[in-house]
Design a protein around this ligand. Structure first.
Ligand code: NAD
Ligand code: TYD
Length: 351
């Protein structure tokens, strides 16, 4: 029996990881700790909430007392740490919130793990989920490898870089058994509609403008979220202590080209005339400090642990669009309340 603390399990990627571990490993006990911020939603996990190997705890990763109690009550053997503030645009508006959760929250968890495991680290693991954005930005050439120097530009990526450094420092200083993985942009079901793909699907459906930052020339490397969850499973079970693994799809898209694929797919599903929603494309002021290109070289993960992405992008996008169209109730629910205010300030008041 292994007791795994998964943080941020009610968020986008976390909910896919929780679902996978609860279903695939009935012998593990999964404890999902999540503060349920605007980005966390228990509706994401309705299908596993009654499983006997699953427990949800509402709480903040910065709450030292709560974290210490969880380690002791549940005899935690390993941590898969996903809880974070995750949206670049929000980090530009409120960087302190990112330092609190991403840096101090991670440090709080590291301290608690070190203390609870009392320096006997056999069969223990602290697995930290990070992003390729810590590496900064690329020109049209090359890829991020595990050896690329850190060069973060946004408050979000700076806070994730800082958390990665603390995780490695706990390994180098105290011998804490850690693994880090840095993944490219994810897409799929249950992603909060502030990120490009779900925001634009929702706007196309509702005939709202599609605010493309700058000229839409920026490039991102997109990975289907269930492939990321599978990579996390593989790394958790087979990864080497102290190592870093890059996770990515070798699937680069210029934003403007990706948006055209989204438009074509949504128009087709809704029976609209092909490309008719292209009129919604609206170029807006560029994001401050906007990284030009992200592209991950995930060959280490493939060569050493045998992981590869399973889905072609076109298939992943069709599955994703279909999911958002079939789950309008979920979208309506998460976009009510506070989100309306964010959307107005972010997009309507600026144009
Ligand atoms: P998300 O914003 O959808 O979910 C984050 C979750 O963390 C939410 O459920 C939220 O309630 C919870 N949370 C936030 N602050 C908390 C706190 N102080 N205490 C406890 N819980 C808290 O994020 P996501 O896109 O699922 O990303 C998950 C992780 O993966 C993050 O660490 C992110 O940096 C990393 N990542 C994301 C992507 C991506 O494309 N989304 C790519 C690479 C890495
Ligand atoms: P996003 O989904 O926020 O992910 P990240 O910034 O972490 O890569 O954005 C993906 C790309 O889409 C990025 O280049 C910014 C751009 N973008 C827009 O052009 N308009 C938008 O409204 C959003 C949210 C993003």
């Amino acid at each position: 029996m292994e007791n795994i603390l998964i943080t941020g399990g009610a968020g986008f990627i976390g909910s896919h990881v929780v679902r996978r571990f609860v279903n695939e490993y009935p012998n593990y006990k999964i404890i999902n700790l999540d503060a349920l911020t605007y980005a966390g939603n228990l509706e994401n996990l309705k299908d596993v909430e009654d499983k006997s190997n699953y427990t949800f705890v509402k709480g903040n990763i910065c709450d030292t007392q709560l974290i210490e109690k969880l380690f002791s009550d549940y005899k935690i053997d390993s941590v898969i740490h996903l809880a974070a503030e995750s949206h670049v645009d929000r980090s530009i508006q409120d960087p302190l919130a990112f330092a609190k959760t991403n840096v101090l929250g991670t440090l709080t968890l590291l301290q608690a793990a070190k203390q609870a495991w009392k320096n006997d680290f056999s069969n223990k693991l602290f697995y930290h989920i990070s992003t390729d954005e810590v590496y900064g930005t690329l020109t049209n050439e090359g890829f991020f490898t595990e050896n690329t120097s850190y060069d973060p530009h946004s408050p979000y990526s700076a806070s994730k870089a800082s958390s990665d450094h603390f995780v490695r420092a706990f390994h180098d200083t105290y011998g804490l058994p850690i693994i880090i993985s840095n993944c490219s942009n994810n897409y799929g079901s249950y992603q909060f509609p502030e990120k490009l793909i779900p925001l634009f699907i929702n706007n196309i459906v509702n005939n709202k403008p599609l605010p493309i930052y700058g000229k839409g020339e920026n490039v991102r490397d997109w990975l289907f979220v269930e492939d990321h969850a599978r990579a996390i499973d593989v790394i958790f079970h087979k990864g080497k202590i102290g190592e870093t693994y890059n996770v990515g799809g070798f699937n680069e898209w210029k934003n403007i080209d990706l948006v055209k694929v989204l438009i074509a797919t949504v128009d087709e599903f809704l029976g609209r005339q092909k490309g008719s929603s292209e009129k919604l494309i609206t170029f807006v002021e560029d994001r401050k400090g906007h990284d030009y290109r992200y592209a991950i070289d995930s060959s280490k993960l493939k060569n050493e642990l045998g992981w590869e992405p399973s889905l072609q992008f076109e298939e992943g996008i069709r599955k994703t669009v279909k999911w958002y169209l079939e789950n309008k109730g979920w979208v309506d629910h998460v976009t009510s309340g506070e989100y309306q205010k964010y959307y107005k300030e972010m997009y309507e008041d600026r144009t």
